[in-house]
Design a protein around this ligand. Structure first.
Ligand code: ATR
Length: 299
């Protein structure tokens, strides 16, 4: 379908338009409105997603008010992903595994169910990698994205994960929080990040997941892993979406491995959110085009 045809198909915003919301603070840079509105447009859905930035104290009032007013579903981003949890009626598996919610589905009876589609997003990223058994993985970073990646790696069948973090205590805290719980049967090890630990753990690994911001625009010439440590049997998932590809993804592909980027991850988590809200399989290509078009204008 041409862009012109697609524009024609988008219904005008009227009193009948369903309103979805994103809560974040700040919310102005959030990418969810861009990709979800592209998906609504491509599907001809009479719906729109807009941003709100409640004060931390006003979060519950904002949530209850929007739901009472007929909001159709919510995306939750920083700093509310854990704060929102006690305000919900139930949690899906992904939210329980991480203790964090980025998507709220609203039932016909008004019940609020929290999901963490960052987890589902990483699982979909696995589908883009060559099918092969992967026992050991290395993850860089121990923040919010790392938590979702741990839950997803366990579900994807990784049996041993080394979490390498600049601040070792933070990796230890993540291991304590998730071992035997959100990480399922996967064995976790917390390691201080150094040239030596990186080389040692990568030598045994079949997957590398980067959740640190190293290599992110405007420092796209940086990379968290020297190219010399990459090889064909070491596939990469990088949480960074700008630039796309990152130097890490580029170097991994040059070494003969497969690499999926933060763009893939963002699109995948959005696809899953739309399935929860609308039960539709959204047009992933339209979402991707909206995101990459927007990001390329900003480079
Ligand atoms: P997110 O929630 O998006 O995962 P975050 O919570 O800010 O982001 O986490 C960023 C992670 O990247 C942290 O684990 C951080 O390490 P520290 O715990 O030592 O702060 C890691 N990180 C950030 N900048 C880094 C750098 N320059 N080198 C290595 N790790 C870095």
């Amino acid at each position: 379908m041409s862009a012109a045809d697609q524009t024609k198909k988008v219904p005008p915003i009227t009193g009948a338009t369903r309103v979805f919301a994103i809560f974040g603070r700040p919310v102005g840079h959030a990418l969810s409105p861009l990709i979800h509105n592209a998906a609504f447009a491509a599907a001809g859905e009479d719906a729109v997603l807009v941003g709100f930035s409640p004060s931390p104290k006003g979060l519950e009032t904002a949530l209850r008010g929007l739901v009472a007013a007929g909001c159709a579903g919510l995306t939750i981003t920083i700093p509310f992903k854990t704060e929102i949890v006690p305000m919900l009626d139930e949690l899906g598996d992904s939210a329980r595994a991480t203790g964090a919610v980025n998507t709220v589905a609203i039932g016909k009876d008004g019940r609020l169910t929290g999901h963490n589609t960052d987890v589902d997003g990483v699982l979909r990223c696995f589908e883009r990698l060559p099918k092969r058994p992967r026992e050991r993985a290395v993850m860089l970073g121990a923040g919010g994205a790392a938590r979702a990646a741990v839950a997803a790696m366990s579900r994807a069948g990784i049996s041993q994960l080394a979490i390498l973090n600049r601040t070792q205590a933070k990796a230890e805290a993540l291991v304590a929080e998730m071992a035997g719980k959100g990480a399922g049967p996967m064995m976790l090890e917390a390691v201080g990040l150094s040239d030596q630990s990186l080389a040692h753990h990568l030598a045994e690994a079949a997957l590398l997941v980067n959740t640190t911001p190293v290599g992110m625009y405007p420092r796209g010439d940086e990379t968290p892993v020297p190219a010399a440590l990459l090889r064909e049997r070491l596939d990469v998932i990088d949480a960074i979406y700008r630039p796309d590809p990152t130097r890490l993804c580029h170097d991994a592909r040059s070494a003969g491995a497969a690499a999926v980027s933060g763009v893939d991850w963002i699109i995948a988590q959005g696809v899953v959110a739309l399935k929860y809200w609308l039960g539709i399989e959204p047009d992933e290509a339209a979402m991707r085009a909206a995101l990459t078009g927007f990001l390329s204008q900003r480079n």
